[in-house]
Every structure is written in structure tokens, then in C-alpha cells.
Design a protein around this ligand. Structure first.
Ligand SMILES: [Zn+2]
Length: 186
């Protein structure tokens, strides 16, 4: 089974032990999910849930973890940030949004409508890869400053999330392979 198929099953209804399987496919239990994510660090588990479970709490916890990571990077590299400007927090949230929902319109956040009007940014499709200008607005820096400075920093936060994603895929693939070996020997 493809990794994405497995991860699609990591939904709240699938992990609810009270839910009876409706078809021939047995519902996943909490322990099945735990087995698939065995050995994964907390941020990797949060990413798995943020991508595959439609529940905001994993995404919020992931954004908060990424923010701590980015804040440490900012401290160690002595980024100059005006007090009270949440640039690092904004970058962390944007990087999580772009990782968890790639290509989602940043004006309507994929909802396709803004106050009952069709979103003009994505023409009501809910999908549009952000331009550098839009990223600058989200992060709350000028476009010029974004090009000169913040773009590279944003890229590093985004790459940190991409690395978590590769780790997640590797772990699920490995755990899935081990399960097949166990079944083959049973
Ligand atoms: Zn839109």
C-alpha cells in the first residue's frame, strides 16, 4: 500500500475504536497508527497529523514547534527584529501552511470565498501558489526587505519542514516494510 494511502487513513474517524468498519476494510486502530509512526519524533508525528487529519490542533502545535525552532535560529544568528513585530512567528505559520497545504490561496485560505464573494486572488479555485509579494505581505515585511533579507531566512524555515516531511515518509515506509515482513513470517 502506498504511504500516502496509509496516511490518508490517519483520520479521526479511522482511529476511533468505536467506529465499526462499513466495508470489508477494517478501520485503523490507534495502535495501527502508532505502529506506522513508530520511532518518529514529536514534530514528525505532528506533521503527519497536520497533513492528513482535518483537525486544526495538530497544525497549531506544529506551527508552535516550528516557531520555537526558528526563534532559536534567529537568536543564534542575531537577526535584528524590531520589538513587537512577529516576523519569525509569521514566517513559521506561512511555512507550515505552504507545507501542509501546498498551493493554497493565501487570500481565502482555500475557502474560495471571502465574505460571500468569490475570491479574486484565485478566481474562486482556492488554489494559487503565492508570489514573493504575497509572502512579503503575509510575513509583514516590505517587498524590498523580503528580497534582500527575509526570503533566504524564510527558505530555511521552509526547508526545515521539508526535512521533517522526508523523515516522515522514510519512517512510514520502513514501518510498513517491517509489518509486511512480520506478516510474511506469520
Ligand atoms: Zn482565494
Amino acid at each position: 500500500m502506498a504511504q500516502t494511502e496509509i496516511l490518508k487513513m490517519l483520520s479521526p474517524s479511522a482511529v476511533n475504536p468505536d467506529r465499526l468498519p462499513s466495508g470489508g476494510m477494517p478501520a485503523l486502530t490507534q495502535s495501527d497508527v502508532a505502529a506506522m509512526l513508530a520511532g518518529a519524533s514529536r514534530p514528525v508525528v505532528l506533521l503527519a497529523y497536520a497533513i492528513h487529519v482535518t483537525d486544526d490542533s495538530s497544525r497549531i502545535q506544529l506551527a508552535s514547534h516550528v516557531y520555537s525552532w526558528a526563534a532559536e535560529l534567529a537568536l543564534s544568528e542575531k537577526w535584528k527584529i524590531t520589538r513587537g513585530r512577529p516576523i519569525v512567528r509569521n514566517m513559521s505559520h506561512l511555512a507550515v501552511a505552504e507545507t501542509v497545504s501546498p498551493g493554497v490561496c493565501l487570500s481565502c485560505y482555500g475557502n474560495r470565498y471571502i465574505s460571500n464573494r468569490v475570491c479574486t486572488n484565485c478566481n474562486g479555485t482556492g488554489r494559487k501558489y503565492p508570489t514573493h509579494e504575497e509572502r512579503a505581505i503575509e510575513i509583514d515585511v516590505s517587498e524590498c526587505r523580503y528580497y534582500k533579507l527575509w526570503r533566504h531566512r524564510y527558505q530555511r524555515i521552509y526547508e526545515y519542514l521539508q526535512k521533517l516531511g522526508y523523515t516522515l515518509e522514510t519512517i512510514v515506509a520502513k514501518n510498513n516494510r517491517e509489518e509486511e515482513i512480520i506478516f510474511a513470517n506469520a
